[in-house]
Design a protein around this ligand. Structure first.
Ligand code: FAD
Length: 567
């Protein structure tokens, strides 16, 4: 049974420590109580002893590395027999006869420490509520550990790489460029660790009782957590389920193979694969396509729908298609993945049906990015009596995030409303506000989304596609970055700002930006749309020159065909 080696304690209240002498190497046998390594700090050295009997499978630290509490630093193939002994010995080592029994009496118990759960915890504690938060993995959930943050750390490294590659255009000659993938991934890990450590600090600073373990429901319907050191029981007035989501798997022959990659695997690769086929051209699939292509992989994307990034307008997707094409990413749309096979040389063969014809794509690795499903098995929901939505793919909630059971709320990906970190966080605040007796309902109309392809995309409100489906009478103002001075100085002319307004009321109702700074610029438009700003009011706002934000002003003027720098 592989188990993680986790830094479970540091000296005193230290947040970090430095790895001293490492006594074991991968492949070595570990015995219970053996010193695996030391962790040093100003307060002295602490021996990290093995609590497992087994073989050391992986150690991701070197002498001199800085580690933080909760950080996973390797894995042991532990024998079950040994584990039993280990827990006995560990108990003995700490001088405790058995784990401490703890009863926590709180106003709000939150299960899940992702951006939904931890934000709800902070907001609750800030408002004077007694809050406990249970997380079985690492604080920060999918977003900080396996989603938003690590992907964006990788995207940022890739952007630095592209800048260096294009430096000659600026008259800068760097000589041969080499990439140390291990270091790139280590940087990503340290960004993640820093943020996870920050959340742990916020829990402490706000007085949230953080319980590091898995919440389960016993026969009597009581929620419990058992850790090595303590057995927790909870008495709570309100329960918030923030259980998150897991990667979906497309069930086709061969997809059950253990070497088919998920987004989590793509974030922990040891080497850049020579070639990678990604099934799914949605947000996650396309972000990884640009990242791995820039890192040197030969990348294919297979999308079942007629358009990659199908939620977006065709003109936005076209900018991304063109950019992918220019970079050498092959995109197959209207392409149905049929099966996965292995070739004699160990490569993987994906059979795909395109236009009625069956063809194959051969690559070293195949990854699935076909969406995420709500984690409905994270806790026995049936024992709580909580109902699912009409499609059975998320916990059913109302506008205040209430489930059908009184005093039980659900927030974030597990509700399957919109699976985005900022939606989860906002839902968390709405749930807490409701517990506090404030009436602030969730409004999903103005949720912005940020997509970190190259170039980036920001989107908020209604799309042109949706407006046409609803047969709305709309005005469209569009301004290309090619006509924006700042974008040109940066050598980033691709893409545009597009703004949609209702023709009758002249109120701005939607926007899409594809191009440089798109994800940050989008906030301006999200604000306008949420405040139901009219074209006429929006046109009065002055934007600093030279900035990419001037493109927003120009697109607003283009709603009346009055753009200054574009005809
Ligand atoms: P999660 O973050 O999934 O957290 C749920 C937590 O509950 C988990 O940590 C889990 O361990 C815990 N849990 C479950 N059951 C139990 C139990 N019984 N006991 C204790 N703990 C339990 N969103 C964006 O907005 N922007 C992005 O750029 C972005 N990029 C992404 C990239 C990738 C590759 C992926 C996979 C996702 C991305 N997302 C992005 C989506 C974002 O990560 C999720 O929407 C967000 O994490 C949802 O937050 P949550 O709190 O609902 O759930």
């Amino acid at each position: 049974m592989p188990v993680s080696i986790v830094i479970d304690k540091l000296n005193g209240h230290d947040k970090e420590g430095k790895i001293g002498k490492i006594n074991k190497k991968v492949g070595d046998h570990l015995s219970i109580g053996e010193i695996l390594f030391t962790i040093e700090s100003g307060k002295g050295a602490l021996n990290y002893k093995s609590t497992w009997e087994g073989k050391l499978l992986e150690l991701t630290i070197s002498e001199g590395d800085i580690v933080s509490k909760g950080q996973s630093v390797g894995r042991v193939e532990a024998s079950l027999e040994g584990n039993a002994v280990a827990s006995e010995k560990k108990t003995y080592n700490f001088g405790l006869a058995k784990p401490e029994e703890k009863m926590l009496d709180v106003d709000v118990l939150i299960i899940g420490g992702g951006p939904g759960g931890y934000v709800a915890a902070i907001r609750g504690a800030q408002s004077g509520l007694r809050v406990a938060l249970v997380e079985e993995d690492r604080l920060g959930g999918t977003c900080l550990n396996y989603g938003c943050i690590p992907t964006k750390a990788m995207a940022s490294s890739v952007s630095a790489l592209e800048t260096v590659r294009n430096a000659e255009a600026h008259g800068i000659f760097t000589g041969a460029i080499s990439l140390d993938f291990e270091r790139l991934m280590a940087r990503k890990e340290s960004v993640v660790d820093q943020l996870v450590g920050g959340i742990a600090h916020l829990m402490e600073a706000n007085g949230v009782e953080y319980v590091d373990g898995r919440a389960v429901i016993d026969e009597l319907g009581k929620i419990k957590v058992q850790t090595k050191r303590a057995h927790y029981q909870f008495k709570y007035k309100n329960l918030i389920l923030a259980l998150g989501s897991k990667p979906s798997i497309l069930t086709i022959p061969g997809s059950e193979r253990s070497d088919i990659l998920t987004s989590e695997d793509l974030l922990s690769m040891k080497k850049v694969p020579k070639s990678l086929t990604i099934i799914g051209g949605g947000v996650i699939g396309m972000e990884f396509a640009f990242i791995y292509k820039a890192l040197g992989a030969d990348v294919n994307v297979v999308e079942f729908l007629p358009q990659v990034l199908n939620i977006l307008d065709e003109d936005v997707a076209q900018v991304i298609r063109d950019s992918a094409h220019e970079k050498g990413i092959r995109i197959f749309e209207n392409a149905k993945a049929l099966s996965i096979k292995e070739t004699l040389d160990g490569s993987k063969l994906l059979e795909v049906e395109i236009g009625g014809e069956v063809m194959s794509i051969c690559s070293q690795e195949i990854a699935m990015a076909v969406g995420r499903k709500a984690n409905l098995t994270g806790i026995a929901l049936e024992k709580l009596g909580v109902s699912l939505n009409e499609r059975n793919n998320g916990i059913a909630v109302d506008g205040f995030m209430r489930t059908n059971v009184e005093n039980i709320y659900a927030i974030g990906d597990v509700t399957n409303k919109i699976q985005l970190a900022h939606v989860a966080s906002h839902q968390g605040m709405v749930a807490i506000d409701h517990i506090l007796g404030k009436g602030h309902e969730m409004d999903y109309r103005f949720v912005p989304s940020a997509i970190f392809t190259s170039p980036e995309i920001g989107n908020v409100g209604i799309t042109e596609k949706e407006a046409n489906q609803q047969q709305l009478d709309i005005l469209i103002g569009k301004f290309p970055f090619m006509a924006n001075g700042k974008a040109l100085t940066m050598g980033e002319p691709d893409g545009f700002v597009k703004i949609i307004a209702k023709a009758d009321t002249r109120v701005i109702v939607g926007a899409a930006i594809v191009g440089i700074h798109a994800t940050d610029l989008m906030a301006v438009l999200a604000n306008m749309i949420a405040n139901e700003t009219s074209i006429d009011d929006a046109a009065q706002i002055i934007y600093a020159h030279p900035t990419t934000s001037e493109s927003i002003h120009e697109a607003i003027l283009m709603l009346d065909n009055r753009g200054i720098h574009f005809a």
